[in-house]
Write a protein that binds this ligand. Structure first.
Ligand code: SAM
Length: 225
């Protein structure tokens, strides 16, 4: 019995050591090499295991996503959360799902063609960069990014674009997840948003997975559709 626990402890320490080493190496590499998360990771990102750790309902609630909103998802990837958000905004709302990589969008498109998603008619896909959002000034109620912002080399430029397309009083929700090699602390994310002219509405979650919800200053008014 003692031997069993010794071996178990050793195995746990090996696994923790491996994770620590992998994250350290990945973070050092990311300081020099900037590239978007490869599209072959799409299947891993869009998994039930991930959604157990980052439950969509929790992300939706922390982000302030509500029925009827016109919402922008920057860096939607393979769409791990897109369908959940589309159902949360409902038939009167819209999700503009945007990514820089066509292969990620192709995975989301395939997912949307499945019978279980045939009810969703409110998702529009855009191949574009966060640096040049294909939307009019002040035309969106809310923008969200899940494990995306820290991956963008010029975050100041991307946040200025988000500021441009959000209506006054609009929401920006930034969620991060610790295993991501680009993971920043929530106070770093909060500082970046404030420097871009947003007010912090709330910080939710924990060290492992969190959402910082920002508000664009100004009085909330519904967008014209
Ligand atoms: C780590 S993945 C996360 C995908 C998805 N948000 C999720 O949580 O499953 C980051 C995504 O951001 C996208 N991305 C990176 N830089 C971008 C940019 N400048 N503009 C738009 N999308 C970008 C990548 O192509 C990738 O799909």
């Amino acid at each position: 019995m003692k031997l069993f626990f010794e071996n178990l402890l050793r195995a746990v320490l090996y696994i923790l050591g491996f994770i620590f080493l992998w994250l350290t190496m990945a973070r050092i590499l990311r300081k020099f090499l900037h590239f978007p998360a490869p599209a072959f990771l799409g299947h891993f990102l869009d998994s039930d295991l991930r959604r157990k750790i980052q439950p969509p309902d929790q992300l939706i609630q922390r982000s302030g996503i509500k029925p009827g909103q016109r919402v922008l998802e920057i860096g939607c990837g393979s769409g791990a959360f897109t369908t959940y958000v589309a159902r949360a905004v409902g038939p009167d709302g819209v999700v503009e799902a945007l990514d820089i990589q066509p292969d990620m969008l192709a995975q989301l498109k395939k997912k949307l063609s499945l019978p279980e998603n045939s009810d969703l008619q409110n998702i529009y896909l855009h191949k574009a960069s966060a640096y040049e959002l294909p939307f009019e000034d002040e035309s969106l109620d809310l923008a969200y990014m899940i494990t995306v912002l820290a991956e963008i080399p010029d975050q100041e430029k991307a946040l200025a674009e988000v500021n441009r397309v959000l209506r006054p009083g609009g929401i920006l929700a930034v969620s991060e997840f610790f295993p991501d090699p680009d993971y920043p602390l929530s106070k770093t994310t909060a500082r970046r948003g404030k420097e871009a002219g947003f007010e912090v509405e709330g910080v939710y979650g924990n060290l492992w997975t969190y959402t910082v919800r920002f508000k664009k200053p100004g009085t909330r008014r519904p967008t014209a559709r």
